[in-house]
Write a protein that binds this ligand. Structure first.
Ligand SMILES: [Zn+2]
Length: 103
């Protein structure tokens, strides 16, 4: 279902579509941040950061999304099992991965 909500990176109203690609999550279109993908885990990670860390992390992510250009999609997502350090327990909720993928 498409919708409009505050951009998770800059709070401006942004439109999104729920998608299964590249993962289950939302693809946002934001006037400020251009376009990016974020899954539920990454959204929670950002929400749960302490304020000082969050402002910095969001500003950085917004810049990276803006650097995507037309051919790439900036993706913020939960780490995959093989990307987690240690035994993986307790790590997934406090961290996220970001990468660019071809659009
Ligand atoms: Zn934005």
């Amino acid at each position: 279902m498409p919708g409009v909500e505050p951009c998770p990176l800059c709070n401006r109203p942004a439109s999104y579509v729920e998608t299964q690609r590249p993962h289950r999550g939302k693809r946002f279109e934001c006037v400020n941040c251009t376009h990016f993908f974020i899954d539920e885990v990454a959204e929670q990670v950002i929400l749960n950061m302490v304020e000082s860390t969050r402002s910095e992390a969001r500003a950085k992510a917004s810049k990276q999304a803006q650097a995507s250009g037309p051919d790439r999609l900036y993706v913020m997502r939960a780490p995959k099992q093989n990307e987690l350090g240690g035994d993986g327990h307790g790590v997934a909720r406090s961290t996220m991965m970001s990468e660019w993928i071809p659009r």
